[in-house]
Ligand binder design. Sequence first.
Ligand SMILES: Cc1cc2nc3c(=O)[nH]c(=O)nc-3n(C[C@H](O)[C@H](O)[C@H](O)COP(=O)(O)OP(=O)(O)OC[C@H]3O[C@@H](n4cnc5c(N)ncnc54)[C@H](O)[C@@H]3O)c2cc1C
Length: 305
Amino acid sequence: MDLQQIAHIIDIVGQENAIPNSPMSRHTTFKVGGPAELYVTPENQDQIRQVWSYCLQNSIDCMIIGNGSNLLVRDGGIPGVVMDLSAKFNEIVVEGNVIRAQAGALLSRVARAAAKNSLTGMEFAEGIPGTIGGAIYMNAGAYGGEMSQITEGVRCLRSDGTIVLRDREQHGFSYRHSVYMSSTDIILEAELQLRPGDPQAIEDAMEDLRGRRRDKQPTDKPSAGSTFKRPANGYAAAMIDQCGLKGSRVGGAEVSTKHSGFIINTGNATATDVLQLMDRVADVVESQFGVTLEPEVRIVGIDRE
Ligand SMILES: Cc1cc2nc3c(=O)[nH]c(=O)nc-3n(C[C@H](O)[C@H](O)[C@H](O)COP(=O)(O)OP(=O)(O)OC[C@H]3O[C@@H](n4cnc5c(N)ncnc54)[C@H](O)[C@@H]3O)c2cc1C
């Protein structure tokens, strides 16, 4: 991007909503990764649309992020614009049994709004540190629940500037997959269909899941959750464990000693450390089990020169 292009985008979102050269380690839960050339936090749909159409017209890369909780950004950072919807595009409205949430709303806030209104169906989501947009994109799920079970209409901004409402049948959900992974649509807002429930039972279920996460996962350490997807036959964490890889390290990256399915940043990891450790884990599991582990984390950006 040249300086004029950067200035034009800053004009759209306002000075207070733009940071040039902002380290992605500040915007991801893994806390690794080089800078976004221009990081912006749009406040409304119109700003999102204007930034995006300007980027498309000028061949500038534009990546949408939510809470950055499933991202591994390479050390050279992200050229172009990173548009973070979690900061200021995050309204939640409860209407009867339906919750309407903007893409940047955190799942934990939406799940709490559901509980407060005695709505059941979203308890699974409270401990997933993503946004509605990121969770629909990933079809995030846990403990038997996933976004596919509750997502009705999704309002999207298309690359031609139109806004479409995709209905329940059009999200193409399967395990950690949605149609949005192979489209350029930006998820703007979603309607979640829940059911009336018993408030105490909802609270108890959420507390139970919180406890299970605390006991089993390294939630106090920077990570992007499960590093690899669940393979067709078996569990990645169990295989990694059986290969004796628990606790193995490259630089500041470590296979968590609490849960082998997580790679954590022990404090000073680079993306290169994490990628090398992922390669090592995948190679050993492949040679011992003949199973190819596929990353669940989205690996983005460029290597450091
Ligand atoms: C401690 C921990 C525990 C976790 N536990 C779970 C778990 O139990 N289950 C689970 O499924 N995941 C889990 N995760 C992973 C992660 O939280 C989920 O994948 C989550 O849904 C990602 O949402 P996000 O907003 O952070 O997305 P981001 O990481 O910001 O983005 C993920 C992808 O979605 C795209 N995207 C985001 N928003 C939009 C949008 N509005 N429109 C179009 N594309 C968009 C991005 O471009 C990117 O490709 C965990 C992560 C951590 C750190």
